[in-house]
Design a protein around this ligand. Sequence first.
Ligand code: NAD
Length: 294
Amino acid sequence: MNIAVIGAGTMGNGIAHVFAQHGYKTNLIDISSESLEKGVATIGKNLDRMIAKELITDADKESTLNRITTFTVLSEGVKEVQLVIEAATENTELKLKIFGELDTLCPPDTILATNTSSISITQIAAATKRADRVIGMHFMNPVPIMNLVEIIRGYNTSDKVTHTIMELAKNLGKTPTEVNDYPGFVANRILMPMINEAIETLYNKVAGVTEIDTVMKLGMAHPMGPLQLADFIGLDVCLSILNVMYDGFKNPKYAPCPLLVNMVMAGKLGVKSGEGFYDYSTSRKAEKVSPQFS
Ligand code: NAD
């Protein structure tokens, strides 16, 4: 099976990495050649880490990278693939546009999957004439390490396509879990209110960044505090997901904290922009609290 991944950002490069490492010829597509270069460099670095841990060999790295071809033009990257996984920016209009184009560009039996964190699979499928072949394949960040893939059935997704994608996820060494299509699905419906509440707690000056994260790490045995996790996911991504749930359920409990909205408008997006709740100007580790909160 040949596959295409759309978007070479945080998630797209991880998805391409995992497919290529498991022997799939993978086309990685992005409108930005800079994103493609960065994405492939990240895959190389992550493979080096696996070599250092003796999980793979130098030859495995080379063959994995050789299976990845990059494209900036969608029509060139998707014409001969059996599966597309879309991992472009979390924006409904953008995804509807991409799926409309994919429907005309891809062979009729190609399965169109999206890695969206929260946008309706049913709505995305409605932009195509193959709603039975559209499905959510929600990988977790970082993709090469995290085991779960949330498989989301849209209203019209067929049993056959769901079965194919569940089996495919297992072939990648992942654990697929099938859920239905409601805003935020399961993972983000539970995670994002917690992250939003942590930001609200900071906004209300109940405690500082380090204190909030320490309480959740040591008190709840979370490997990472919610503010650090928000930085890692991307504050823009967190905001988009909360807005989708807020709009979808019409329930104020999902309203994004004004501090999160302000930080995104100010370009403080977390690790990817160099600053969020923590300062990443010298390291990708959350060692220094952002000057704004220290
Ligand atoms: P990102 O901002 O890191 O990367 C998005 C990439 O999409 C960029 O490289 C951008 O150039 C590219 N892009 C934008 N428009 C495009 C187009 N028309 N064609 C091709 N490429 C295009 O975003 P991300 O964090 O990787 O998120 C991607 C998707 O994965 C989103 O739907 C997001 O909700 C989902 N997701 C994110 C996380 C996370 O932790 N960040 C986890 C699970 C799912």
